[in-house]
Design a binder for this molecule. Structure first.
Ligand SMILES: *Cc1c(COP(=O)(O)O)cnc(C)c1O
Length: 383
């Protein structure tokens, strides 16, 4: 064991979260009920703009429900960046549709708009941008592109709470449907959980039905109306994607802390940026002018001048007890997804993958922990 290890991530769970979960456990109501309902209301108010928020048990579920409600099925194509987590693409296959992978921009790590437009065919129905590391994609450009071709947008905002584009919150910034994640190491957490946000009443109605077994009435009605427990109809083979009240109780507290969380991460990012400015690295992409960043991940890219390879850099940090991660091995390099790529190449994502490393960044990081990461990174990179 090394002295003073620094984990890649540690969730920020305080006494308030513990009290909220304990209260829920003592209440006798564990599954979807009043807490999940309150969480949806609070989340919708936080995003603003009159959105509907629908709580689910993962972002993957939200992505699946979003695409299903958009009517995606066999024969349809959905455009996905290759630099993302596999969940973004796998939901396309859940519905029997075909993901079409597109390379990203080196400057933003977000999907390349020109390549997106070039990838559109007569079968294309949806574009799924990922606000990479919490940096918003050019949603103005993407919306215009989607409108030119009659396409819908489902944005994967798993990294991006809170963030905004041109003064407008993620969830309102040009997408038809938005998916958020509350997985343990995301910007706020419910252990496992997710939220789907939309302003489209028809999409919201379909998502509500499909979230709970295709039952024709809202889950909350079912738990509050005494007759609804047995007087209901099933109108589709739906899914089992509802969020527990235990998780929602935690989410209500975490959501109240979301603005403090992003401020804490922004402070750590500024400290890292200043400490690494003279090293042979590319610093993480900044938000575009007029946008805000959630600072979910701090990703360095080693340049050719770096004295070590990315892999050796990770091993050197590991030897010092410092946790890191890699976001991501691009999907076109994965055994399963290769078959969907033909002979297309993705040189930008390949180059990012070869050189990128994500450093520890979390709300409860101590100054001493960050100073230790900085000292080790500088030592390994010859700073
Ligand atoms: C975490 C993540 C997901 C999946 O979130 P879950 O809540 O674990 O389902 C999807 N896309 C991206 C980009 C992610 O980082």
């Amino acid at each position: 064991m090394t002295a003073n290890p620094v984990p890649f991530f540690r969730p920020s769970i305080g006494e308030e979260e513990i009290a909220a979960v304990t209260e829920c456990l003592r209440s006798g109501w564990l599954t979807t009920g009043p807490k999940a309902h309150a969480f949806e209301e609070a989340f919708a108010a936080y995003i603003g703009g009159g959105v509907t928020a629908i709580a689910v048990n993962s972002a993957t579920a939200a992505l699946h429900l979003g695409l299903e409600a958009l009517g995606i099925g066999p024969g349809d194509e959905v455009i996905v960046p290759t630099l993302t987590f596999t969940a973004t693409a796998e939901v396309v296959r859940y519905l029997g549709a075909t993901p079409v992978f597109v390379d990203v921009e080196a400057e933003s790590l977000c999907i390349d708009l020109a390549l997106t437009e070039a990838a559109i065919s007569e079968r294309t129905r949806v574009i799924m941008p990922v606000h990479f590391a919490g940096r918003m994609c050019d949603m103005t450009g993407l919306r215009a592109l989607a409108d030119r071709h009659g396409l819908r947008i489902l944005d994967d905002a798993a990294h991006a709470l809170p963030a905004s584009h041109q003064g407008v919150s993620v969830g309102l910034a040009g997408a038809d449907v938005t998916s958020f994640s509350f997985y343990a190491n995301k910007t706020m957490t419910t252990g496992e959980g997710g939220m789907l946000v939309t302003r489209d009443a028809d999409l919201a109605a379909r998502v509500r039905v499909m979230r709970l077994h295709g039952i024709d009435r809202d889950v909350f009605n079912r738990f509050s109306d005494p007759r609804a427990g047995w007087v209901y109809d099933v109108v589709a083979p739906g899914f089992k994607y509802n969020l527990t009240d235990i998780a929602a109780a935690m989410g209500l507290v975490q959501l109240r802390r979301a603005d403090d969380f992003v401020a804490l991460r922004a402070g750590r990012v500024a400290r890292y940026d200043a400490a690494f400015a003279d090293l042979p690295v590319l610093l993480p992409p900044k938000a575009a002018e007029g946008d805000t960043h959630s600072h979910h991940l701090y990703i360095l890219r080693l340049t050719e001048a770096a004295p070590v390879s990315r892999d050796d850099f990770i091993l050197a940090l590991k030897a010092e007890g410092i946790g890191t991660s890699v976001h991501y091995r691009p999907l076109h390099q994965m055994t399963f997804w290769k078959d969907y790529c033909g002979n297309k190449t993705f040189p930008v994502a390949d180059a990012i993958f070869d050189t990128c490393v994500s450093l520890p960044l979390f709300m409860d990081m101590h100054d001493a922990e960050q100073e230790r990461v900085i000292a080790v990174v500088r030592q390994v990179l010859g700073g």
